[in-house]
Design a binder for this molecule. Structure first.
Ligand code: 5GP
Ligand code: ZN
Length: 136
């Protein structure tokens, strides 16, 4: 994808602070400057998001997410991580190349990385009937 900023990072046309790289995935620092240690993990092959990617890509990217999470906890004195993803513009995706955000966390670090929702509009059973899958 010629115009994709993350494809340009993969090719080296745009520079990045690489945290990890293997044959299929790349992890680098997010430039947002919004929270310490914000990392993005991407597949090297362009796909838009979880709705668009195949299972091999998903497997590769999640393996890398786990490797980095373990590295942060085992070697960098973090206690845990938040793992975030927006798939589709409706969900807040701003860069249309699949990526997982990793936010390293320490006990009592005061970071608010979890949305506070305003409360559901419908009864849980009503939504459940609409979204449950045939297997259940
Ligand atoms: P989204 O909103 O799609 O979930 O997240 C996109 C992320 O990509 C944002 O956190 C944004 O800061 C990051 N980002 C956008 N452009 C660049 C870039 O050129 N380099 C890096 N390292 N991160 C970027
Ligand atoms: Zn791309």
């Amino acid at each position: 994808m010629e115009e994709c900023i993350f494809c340009k990072i993969v090719s080296g046309e745009v520079s990045s602070m690489k945290v990890y790289e293997d044959e299929y995935t790349l992890a680098f620092m997010d430039i947002a400057g919004d929270v310490d240690g914000h990392i993005l993990v991407i597949p090297k092959e362009h796909c838009k998001n979880i709705l668009d990617c195949n299972y091999h890509v998903l497997n590769d990217i999640m393996n890398t997410v786990k490797k980095i999470a373990e590295h942060l906890v085992e070697n960098c004195r973090y206690d845990g991580v938040n793992i975030l993803n927006a798939s589709d513009e409706s969900a807040g995706q701003s860069v249309p190349h699949f990526h997982i955000h990793i936010i390293p966390r320490r006990n009592n670090d005061g970071i608010d990385a979890w949305p506070v929702f305003e409360g559901a509009n419908c009864e849980i059973e009503e939504i459940y009937r609409k979204i449950k899958m045939d297997e259940c």
